[in-house]
Design a protein around this ligand. Structure first.
Ligand code: 13P
Length: 249
C-alpha cells in the first residue's frame, strides 16, 4: 500500500524583512491558489507574526515561527513559548535549524525538548537535521543525521505523521551549492529508514529538503521518491520565486 504524504513548501525568512517589505511579499503569497497540491507556509521573525496572521488568515498559506522555548512560561528572558505562537495562529515551528545549532549552541537534546513542547501545544514541529561539509567529507553525514534524529526518537514516535523533518546539509545553505537530486534522495531514504528504526511513522512522515532550493532546481529535487517538499530560505523572500517553487511541488 502506498502512503500519501503531505507535501510542503515552507519559507524560512530567517532574520529578514520589514513591515513594508513583508506587506508586499505577503500580498504576493495570498494569490496562491487553494487547490495547490503542496501545503504552503512561512516561518517569520517573531515581531511579524501578527502581520502574517492578519495578511494570511483568509489564505491557503500557513504561518509559524523559526524557534520556540522548551519552557512553558516564566523567567526566560528573550524566549517565546509555544502558547504565544498558537495565540498568533501559528500552526508550525522550526526546531533545530543549523543556524540555531551553530550560533546559539543548541544541542540535539534541546532540539528534542523544543519539538516535544511544540507537539504538545498542537504545533507541527519541523525538525531540521543536516551535516556540515567537514562531516560529509569525513564520510560521516549519515551518522551525524542519524544521531540528530535519535535524540528526537520520542517525538518521532509520539508525533507520528504530525512531525515534519527537514534535511538541510549545512554546506548547501545560502551557498548556491545544492545537494544533487541523487545525493538528497540518498539521505532522505536513509532518514526514512532511521525514523522507521526509531519507531516513528516513517512512511507517512513528510521529509523536506532545504539548501539553495530555487525555482530552477526545485522540480528535479521534489521528483525524488523520498523528498516531499522543501524548506526555502533566500528564495522564499520573493513571492513569484516562492510560488514557482510551490508549483514544482
Ligand atoms: P537557503 O534556501 O537560503 O539556502 O536556506 C535554506 C535554509 O536554511 C532554510 O531553512
Amino acid at each position: 500500500m502506498t502512503v500519501r504524504r503531505a507535501r510542503w513548501v515552507i519559507g524560512n525568512w530567517k532574520m529578514n524583512g520589514s513591515l513594508a517589505a513583508n506587506a508586499t511579499l505577503l500580498a504576493g503569497l495570498v494569490t496562491a491558489p487553494r487547490a495547490d497540491a503542496a501545503r504552503l507556509a512561512v516561518c517569520v521573525p517573531y515581531p511579524y507574526l501578527a502581520q502574517a496572521q492578519a495578511a494570511l488568515a483568509q489564505s491557503a498559506v500557513a504561518w509559524g515561527a523559526q524557534d520556540l522555548s522548551a519552557a512553558a512560561s516564566g523567567a526566560y528572558t528573550g524566549q517565546v513559548s509555544a502558547t504565544m505562537l498558537t495565540e498568533f495562529g501559528a500552526s508550525l515551528v522550526l526546531v533545530g535549524h543549523s543556524e540555531r545549532r551553530q550560533y546559539n549552541g543548541e544541542t540535539s537534546a534541546l532540539v528534542a525538548a523544543k519539538a516535544a513542547v511544540a507537539l504538545a501545544a498542537g504545533l507541527t514541529p519541523v525538525i531540521c537535521v543536516g551535516e556540515t561539509l567537514a562531516e560529509r567529507d569525513a564520510g560521516r553525514a549519515q551518522v551525524v543525521v542519524a544521531e540528530q534524529l535519535a535524540a528526537c526518537a520520542d517525538v518521532l514516535r509520539d508525533g507520528g505523521a504530525r512531525v515534519v523533518v527537514a534535511y538541510e546539509p549545512v554546506w548547501a545553505i545560502g551557498t548556491g551549492r545544492t545537494a544533487s537530486p541523487s545525493e538528497a534522495q540518498a539521505m532522505h531514504a536513509a532518514i526514512r529508514a532511521e525514523i522507521a528504526r526509531l519507531g516513528g511513522a516513517a512512511a507517512a512522515t513528510s521529509l523536506l529538503y532545504g539548501g539553495s532550493v530555487k525555482a530552477s532546481n526545485a522540480a528535479e529535487l521534489f521528483a525524488q521518491p523520498d523528498i516531499d517538499g522543501g524548506l526555502i530560505g533566500g528564495a522564499s523572500l520573493v513571492a513569484a520565486e516562492f510560488l514557482a517553487i510551490a508549483a514544482a511541488a
